[in-house]
Design a protein around this ligand. Structure first.
Ligand SMILES: *Cc1c(COP(=O)(O)O)cnc(C)c1O
Length: 410
């Protein structure tokens, strides 16, 4: 039995629209269902042995020394920032051009997000714009592997190591992506910065419904995450449960309830076993898009630098300058193909109006100098890409995109 879910229809999709090809679709079948049933029958369903096993599997899959599971990636980002002591009066250099959770996590700590512009090809932070954004208040860098495409960690770490700044990688979309380090391909999340944060939302490559993971090589950081995710509790309930002596726990710091459940972890372990095959399939589909779309006039395709391999969590094309993004997407939807606009810019959302943030060098409340971030949001379109999408469907998508571009001429 295969449970196929048509994901994320979103409020912008009218209920009458036929969505023959969704934007994304996770693989969930009887293996996940049986894993969940097995955990339910054990009677231990919150953070327990299954979460611990998932953490071990995840560390093995990414080459990380430590992996700590949490409720979602937003929680992971929040804990990573707290662990580095980020708080009020601090600044965290990051990007506006990301899902809003990236910048929100900085704001949760009371710190000010400082937005650096991104490159126009893949939407990743421009390393040569980082230095000018740093001040005496900069406490950390929060970089994103946008849509699964690795950002230029080598160039970024070159800047931050000289200054002793911690680097947190928002790897929400990047499970299974790789970068070339000293001639070797290494998985994102090893991590190459100090901490990497992953998401298991259904729009990502591996899903547990909701869920997140922090990876690090630093044992003390990992211990800190474990305290923070469970109210700062000194002895976990699993240890107390297994003890034949009475143990009283203590709460030494202000923690959170950011636990993952064993039910979610059971799903995650099955999903991880599927990862290599899913990445292979996604990379093949991206290559097929490259072949089908390279001749579309004015259309620009994503490109892997020679030091990166994307997991192709999403396939972002950039429309010709004169094309109307909404009209093209509507045309596609009318012919049964779901697309999404390019990655959002947090600074353009009402939640950021009047909030404490600044862009690059510009002073607080000053001019917003993020031209590439805004351009990509307005000209980018994400095409469907998920395991099981056939070559025939990709051909249909390519044909419809070509036709939509012709129809949606201004
Ligand atoms: C999805 C996503 C998040 C948030 O992940 P959740 O698990 O939903 O909290 C954060 N950052 C980026 C770049 C994302 O794509």
């Amino acid at each position: 039995m295969t449970i196929r879910m048509d994901l994320m229809p979103g409020p912008e999709v009218s209920s009458g629209a036929s969505r023959a090809i969704p934007i994304a679709r996770p693989i969930l079948d009887s293996e996940e269902a049986e894993a969940v049933a097995r955990v339910l029958r054990t009677g231990w369903i919150s953070q327990g042995p299954e979460v611990a096993a998932f953490e071990e599997d995840f560390a093995a899959a990414t080459g990380a020394r430590h992996a700590c599971a949490v409720a979602n990636c937003t929680a992971a980002l929040h804990l990573a920032l707290i662990a580095f002591g980020v708080g009020a009066d601090d600044e965290v250099v990051t990007v506006s051009h990301s899902f809003i959770a990236t910048a929100n996590a900085v704001r949760y700590t009371g710190a000010r997000p400082v937005f650096v512009d991104v490159d126009r090809v893949n939407g990743n932070i421009l390393p040569d714009r980082i230095e000018e954004a740093l001040t005496a208040r900069t406490k950390a860098l929060l970089v994103v592997h946008q849509l699964g495409m690795p950002c230029d960690l080598t160039a970024i770490l070159d800047i931050t190591r000289r200054r002793g700044l911690p680097v947190i990688e928002d790897a929400a979309c990047a499970i299974g992506s790789e970068i070339l380090v000293d001639g070797r391909w290494e998985a994102i999340g090893r991590p190459h910065g100090d901490v990497a944060c992953f998401s298991f939302h259904p729009r990502k490559v591996v899903t547990t419904g909701d869920g997140g993971m922090l990876t690090t090589a630093d044992r003390q950081l990992d211990a800190q995450f474990r305290l923070l995710r469970q109210h700062g509790m000194s002895v976990s309930d699993r240890v107390r449960h297994g003890s034949n002596r009475v143990i009283a726990e203590q709460y030494g710091l202000l923690g959170y309830n950011y636990r993952m459940t064993d039910i979610q972890a059971a799903v995650g372990r099955v999903q991880l076993r599927r990862l290599p095959a899913m990445i292979r399939e996604r990379r093949e589909m991206a290559a097929v898009y490259g072949e089908l779309l390279c001749s579309v006039p004015g259309l620009r395709l994503p490109q892997e630098p020679n030091w990166a391999k994307s997991n192709w969590q999403s396939y972002l094309v950039r429309l010709p300058g004169e094309a109307n993004q909404t009209a093209v997407m509507q045309c596609m939807l009318d012919s049964g193909i779901s697309t999404r606009r390019g990655v959002m810019c947090s600074h353009r959302e009402p939640a950021y109006r009047g909030a404490d943030w600044r862009a690059g060098r510009s002073p607080v409340g000053g001019q917003v100098d993020l031209p590439n971030s805004e351009w990509l949001q307005d000209h980018g379109v994400l095409l469907p890409l998920f395991p099981g999408l056939s070559r025939g469907e990709q051909e249909i998508i390519a044909d419809r995109l070509r036709a939509s571009l012709a129809l949606a001429r201004p």
